[in-house]
Design a protein around this ligand. Structure first.
Ligand SMILES: [Zn+2]
Length: 57
């Protein structure tokens, strides 16, 4: 998902380790919790509080 890679990049650049986004799985607004392990390995984790979908990469 290229949009999520852009999101990760912007979070790394701004030092923002977590934020809430619209869910790309169910389309719900603001339910996807995204966190990035900035300074560790920059892995990104996301999970939707509505549909429960998520990913780690
Ligand atoms: Zn969802």
């Amino acid at each position: 998902m290229p949009a999520l890679n852009d999101l990760r990049q912007s979070m790394i650049e701004t030092g923002q380790s977590s934020r809430t986004e619209d869910c790309p799985f169910c389309g719900e607004v603001g339910t996807l919790s995204v966190s990035v392990a900035i300074g560790a390995n920059n892995h990104m984790r996301a999970q939707c509080s509505k549909c429960g979908e998520g990913f780690i990469e």
